[in-house]
Design a protein around this ligand. Structure first.
Ligand code: DC
Length: 222
């Protein structure tokens, strides 16, 4: 196992800034980057397009096993269609959280996630990177932020992509998503026991990135 490329796991609730931080940390170390939430979003998008219900675990698991996304230069394609922006819509995020409760779906997406662990290393963000997918990650970070800070960030993200957004509705949506993601029995959202916890509400992106890089540099000091 010691020969396996290193993994930095960054978990946390939706809109906590995980994606931005993970991408920058990966860029800074020259590591690969896995946005595991994108896989659940891709599945949700495909299921909605094919008329598969979000409560039909076995059918969703079959769709998940056949997913062949192509990640290239910050874009993602599914069956030749660029769905990078489409999967960022709020209704896809909500459906992603619904399809993610099924154990068979999570199992079906495991290989796709673990296959991304390649030299020289991987930064993976999601809900269960440190607890289930990469329990042997050499650094685990659990990133949080207040609902207000997260709603503001998500609002900015959606407006920038040209999608309609309302802060109050987004706050309600974030709370509902937190509740579903942390109360499910299969790989619920929770910090790994050995995770460093960081509240990014009052911090700039650069400060959070610097903190994660510092923890990585000192990972063996224990
Ligand atoms: O991080 P995100 O908002 O893009 O994730 C969308 C949904 O996917 C999230 O609400 C729950 C699910 N998800 C998951 O269950 N496990 C992961 N590792 C990543 C995402």
């Amino acid at each position: 196992m010691s020969a396996a490329p290193p993994v930095i796991a960054i978990d946390g609730p939706t809109a906590s800034g995980k994606g931005t931080i993970a991408e920058r940390v990966a860029g800074s170390l020259g590591f690969h980057y896995l946005d595991s939430g994108a896989l659940y979003r891709l599945l949700a998008w495909r299921a909605l397009a094919d008329g598969v219900r979000t409560d039909d675990g076995p059918a969703l698991a079959a769709v998940a096993s056949a997913l062949e996304p192509r990640f290239r230069a910050g874009r993602v394609e599914l069956d030749g269609v660029d769905v990078t922006d489409a999967i960022r819509r709020e209704e896809i995020g909500r459906a992603a959280s619904q399809v993610a409760v099924h154990p068979a779906v999570r199992q079906a997406l495991l290989d796709l996630q673990r296959a991304r662990r390649r030299p020289p290393g991987l930064v993976a963000d999601g809900r269960d990177m440190g607890t289930v997918v990469f329990p042997d990650a050499c650094l685990k970070v659990y990133l949080t932020a207040s609902v207000a800070a997260r709603a503001e960030r998500r609002h900015k993200q959606l407006i920038e992509k040209g999608f309609p957004a309302n802060i109050d509705l987004l706050s309600q949506e974030l709370r509902a998503r937190d509740q579903r993601d942390s109360e499910r029995t299969a790989s619920p959202l929770k910090p790994a026991e050995d995770a460093y916890q960081l509240d990014s509400s009052g911090l700039a992106i650069d400060e959070v990135v610097a903190q994660v890089l510092d923890w990585y540099a000192r990972r063996d000091e224990g």
